[in-house]
Design a protein around this ligand. Structure first.
Ligand SMILES: Nc1ncnc2c1ncn2[C@@H]1O[C@H](COP(=O)(O)OP(=O)(O)OP(=O)(O)O)[C@@H](O)[C@H]1O
Ligand SMILES: [Mg+2]
Length: 343
């Protein structure tokens, strides 16, 4: 059991957090160290997942999406930062694996990037195994697995071995497995999906998404979905853009993944830093410095031609105080009269 005193002390920290927050990530950094090399996979990420909503995450390969999902699920520990789970009402980054495993049970379901079904078991048995691993009590397990199989529309195919299932059907088994412990929770359950429709044809992908939406509406499950798909992003309540481990924008309805700049909202991070969209920077010729002003209710960023550092470095020519000839920048003795420059 968790130390209650510890939890009570933490409670105050989150007393201002609205009730509908399921997970709150605060200024998280994840640094992977491999021998001499350090990779900053997350760099000051903050976001909140709300009850009964679908949040999608898009971003190029290597931008930190899987790292983020694993950090939210407590599989990967953030190097710095906090991850709040509503079921514990506390930051989980300092909790032991044992406590986390227990707490995850009725709170988080994973739908992995690679379908990890056991090939020699049939659809029903795969879900049942997931329920057993997740600690669903024996007495209610069979009934629950039946319910889930029905819910994801696999009644007819439940006795088929995993190897004989189509991609979409396998994905349904994976969804049912992710829900084994969430189906009876009153809201606040969260399913984390890493590219759930990645290898599905658009039509099957659409059906899986409809299923997510249905679960979302009927049992109030929240979804956090890493995706490359326009289809998924357009069904989400909000889509988060991530680039180089930084959240570079939020998008609400009407997102077009080919024209992200039309819907992007940028948000100050916890340190008041604003991410600059790289697509817009490219358009402007990649300026580094801006003059920033606020006029008529608008912030104006004016790219600067000269760089602060370069202009500091530039050496000014001077006039010799003795003979009046010009002494070039960087020289300290007048080449005409030999006087030393004095300031
Ligand atoms: N265990 C690890 N050790 C070292 N570096 C890692 C590890 N896992 C991920 N990385 C690095 O961290 C960065 C983010 O990786 P991550 O897997 O989160 O990206 P991703 O956005 O999920 O990419 P993809 O779309 O290809 O799945 C990458 O540069 C990756 O090489
Ligand atoms: Mg990934």
């Amino acid at each position: 059991m968790m130390n209650t005193i510890e939890v009570e002390e933490q409670l105050d920290l989150y007393s201002d957090l609205p009730d509908d927050v399921v997970v709150s990530v605060n200024d998280c950094y994840k640094i992977y160290k491999a021998q001499e090399l350090e990779v900053v996979a997350l760099s000051g990420v903050s976001l909140q997942i709300l009850e009964g909503k679908i949040m999608a995450v898009v971003g190029p390969s290597g931008s930190g999406k899987t790292t983020l999902i694993n950090t939210i699920g407590g599989i990967t520990k953030a190097t710095v930062g906090k991850v709040y789970w509503a079921n514990l009402r506390t930051d989980i980054t300092k909790l032991s694996e044992r406590v986390l495993t227990e707490a995850r049970r009725n709170f988080i379901g994973f739908h992995f990037q690679l379908n990890n079904l056991l090939p020699h078991l049939n659809a029903w048995q795969n879900v049942e195994l997931a329920a057993r691993i997740a600690g669903v009590p024996r007495a209610i397990r069979k009934e629950r697995v039946d319910r889930l199989i029905k819910m994801v529309g696999l009644e007819e195919r439940k006795r088929n071995k995993a190897t004989t299932l189509s991609g979409g059907e396998k994905s349904r088994v994976a969804i049912a497995s992710a829900l084994v412990n969430l189906i009876d929770t009153e809201g606040k359950g969260l399913v984390l999906c890493d590219e759930p429709t990645g290898d599905l044809d658009p039509e099957t992908g659409e059906r899986i998404l409809d299923l997510f939406q249905e679960l979302n509406e009927t049992i109030g499950t929240s979804f956090f979905i890493v995706t490359h798909s326009q289809q998924v992003a357009s069904k989400a309540d909000v889509t988060v853009e991530i680039r180089d481990g930084v959240i570079s924008g939020f998008h609400q309805a009407g997102i077009d993944l080919d024209e992200l700049d039309t819907t992007r909202i940028v948000r100050l991070d916890d340190k008041h830093r604003l991410p600059m969209p790289t697509d817009l920077l490219d358009l402007a010729g990649d300026p580094r410095e801006f003059k920033i002003t606020y006029e008529d209710n608008r912030f104006i960023l004016d790219p600067q031609d000269t760089d602060v550092i370069d202009s500091m470095r530039a050496k000014k020519a001077r006039i010799c105080r003795v003979c009046g000839s010009e002494i070039p920048g960087g020289k300290f003795i007048c080449s005409n009269c030999g006087s030393q420059v004095t300031v």
